[in-house]
Design a protein around this ligand. Structure first.
Ligand SMILES: CSC[C@@H](O)[C@@H](O)C(=O)COP(=O)(O)O
Ligand SMILES: [Zn+2]
Length: 209
């Protein structure tokens, strides 16, 4: 995929994601793996109003090749996800209410989703009886340290679809733009269901340690 194609797809994705309220203020950042390296959003832009000027281009080694302004503060997390998951072509980082709250309510190191038909919106999940595990990492303003934590976890439990950063948001991957958006929408639906379930059943009853 050419850089310009990836940028166009991310601009459109930004409008779609923003309309759903999942990247409030200037929260979130988006990226793609391309033929020549990576494109990542520059820091501080409203993801609903991205233009071609709002992207920084990198080569395969992560050296900046094009674009003005500061790269996203979380660039290293994006590049790390591509390193860990060879099939990933797009990474979207979002800050929805459901992902932020759920990642705080669950005190453990993962959310295990089970019993939902909509789990099948995530590639590879074939049944509501399967368990879809989304790891949760404690937030850290040191993005290199956070990336290392994600890498260490991946060594023993490979990350497939997404990770949550506690009190912060979601990182979701896909093999193309359609898949990453489907994963994002599916997970947001499931997170909202879990929040509703916890409200009705009582928070303590549903929270895993
Ligand atoms: C609105 S503050 C959010 C930031 O601290 C960060 O978490 C974020 O997602 C956006 O950072 P950015 O540097 O614009 O890519
Ligand atoms: Zn963020």
């Amino acid at each position: 995929m050419h850089n310009n194609t990836a940028i166009s797809e991310l601009i459109e994705a930004g409008k779609w994601v923003s309309q759903r309220g999942w990247v409030p203020a200037t929260g979130g950042n988006f990226s793609a793996r391309t033929a020549s390296g990576y494109v990542v959003t520059a820091s501080g832009f409203d993801k609903g109003q991205l233009g071609t000027h709002a992207f920084i281009e990198f080569d395969h080694e992560g050296n900046r090749t094009k674009g003005s302004g500061n790269p996203s503060a979380e660039t290293e997390l994006h590049l790390n996800m591509y390193k860990l998951i060879p099939s990933a072509k797009f990474v979207l980082h979002t800050h929805s209410v459901a992902a932020t709250v759920l990642s705080r309510v669950f005190k453990g190191h993962a959310i295990n989703l089970h019993g939902y038909e909509m789990q099948k919106s995530l590639s590879g999940i074939k049944s509501h009886l399967d368990t879809l595990t989304i790891p949760i990492f404690d937030n850290d303003q040191d993005i290199d340290r956070l990336s290392l934590l994600v890498s260490d976890h991946h060594l023993h439990t490979p990350i497939e679809h997404a990770v949550l950063i506690r009190g912060h948001g979601l990182y979701v991957v896909g093999r193309d733009i359609k898949e990453v958006l489907r994963h994002l929408e599916g997970l947001e639906f499931l997170f909202s269901c879990e929040l509703e379930r916890l409200k009705l059943e009582g928070i303590q009853a549903g929270v895993q340690s």
